[in-house]
Ligand binder design. Structure first.
Ligand SMILES: [Zn+2]
Length: 363
């Protein structure tokens, strides 16, 4: 069985705070689940069940009555491990917004029945499945501690970002000049980075990828190197691909143009990992753009070719000679794939070859 996302996080490294646990598309709408992590796993004593029940009653009531997010609240309730709560909202409010709401709510809970002279909402037999199972005193203590230690401060990265769940990374480059660019690459939270030089083109890239996966069993394979940019605006940018595909494949009737028979038309990339992006953008100092990369075994150099690719496959912003081949191997064996490519030249520009040569010489 596949692990659900929140089990993939190393809970022994998790701090108290508020985290985006997952986003889902439900009936065309985005739904975001937040972890409200009240206790640090394996360090703090988990919540008392009755106190967690009381917090659930008060917080759910306050959330639903909130003018700003009341109509976005799907659910608030305790985690089974009793180290926190899940909050599920319609849309994707950013973590700071959620932080401010939770700050107010936990401040209110810490004064409930005292400065806020209210009974526990829904605290009657007809309103709850276990109405005697409450501890207002316990709830107040938990809320006060979470508020004063964590929520009253500004949301910091440590308390809003999961630790990196990617440990072993394989990076495939075609050429030595590309490999050199990454010699000082460090990615926070990873244990191994293997930089492999494959040689140029699809078959070379595929062979190197298959061998590297076999040898290192990486958590992700990254295609890195230069790419031709589609359009002047791509000058000096680094592309992070959402998906990659072949622009030089036709397997006949029943397949899409670009599709290898038996494989999907597009190879989708893994979600962005902010630790990896931070390492690449920090080292290479290039602005990141998001879009699709087309791969083929020839150097795209005419405006006619560019127009053809852009017309058939909208959203394509760069071309290279390896990424889709690396992705196809990854897709076959179930290894996550990403591509970061530096734009070395603008395809179809009069001095394209010159641009390319100057880039790879490091000028
Ligand atoms: Zn209840």
């Amino acid at each position: 069985m596949e692990k659900i996302n929140s089990f993939k996080i190393d809970h022994t490294k998790l701090l108290r705070g508020i985290y985006v646990s997952r986003t889902d598309i439900v009936g065309g709408e985005v739904v975001t689940t937040y972890d409200i992590r009240v206790c640090q796993p394996y360090k703090d004593t988990p919540m008392d069940g009755a106190a967690a029940h009381t917090i659930e009653h008060i917080a759910a009531t306050l959330l639903r009555n909130d003018e700003k997010i009341g109509n976005k609240v799907i659910y608030f309730g305790p985690m089974g491990c009793l180290t926190g709560f899940y909050l599920i909202l319609i849309g994707a409010p950013d973590i700071n917004t959620v932080w401010w709401h939770m700050r107010n709510i936990f401040a209110d809970i810490s004064r409930w029945g005292d400065c806020i002279a209210e009974p526990i909402p829904g605290g009657w037999q007809i309103e709850c499945g276990n109405y005697k199972f409450h501890s207002l005193d316990g709830a107040r203590k938990i809320a006060r501690r979470f508020y004063s230690d964590i929520l009253q401060h500004d949301p910091s990265e440590r308390h809003t970002t999961y630790p990196n769940d990617v440990s072993k990374v394989v990076i495939i480059c075609a050429m030595e000049c590309e490999e050199k660019l990454l010699k000082d690459l460090r990615i926070e939270g990873t244990s191994e980075i293997h930089l492999i030089r494959s040689g140029i083109g699809k078959v070379n890239a595929a062979v190197a990828t298959a061998q590297a996966i076999d040898m290192f069993e990486p958590d992700v394979v990254i295609s890195f190197g230069y790419a031709g940019g589609l359009g002047d605006g791509m000058k000096g940018k680094m592309v992070f691909a959402d998906k990659v595909f072949y622009h030089d494949v036709w397997h006949g009737e029943g397949n899409e143009l670009g599709q290898v028979q038996g494989s999907p038309m597009y190879f989708y990339c893994a979600n962005e990992n902010k630790y990896i992006t931070k390492a690449f953008t920090g080292l290479l100092a290039k602005p990141l753009v998001y879009g699709t990369i087309a791969t083929g075994d020839y150097f795209v150099e005419s405006t006619a070719m560019v127009n053809k690719i852009a017309n058939i496959y909208p959203g394509t912003i760069a071309v290279d000679m390896e990424s889709a081949a690396i992705a196809q191997v990854c897709e076959k064996v179930g290894t996550p794939f990403m591509a970061y490519r530096l734009v070395s030249d603008i395809v179809g520009a009069q001095d394209q070859v010159d641009q390319y040569e100057r880039t790879i010489k490091g000028e």
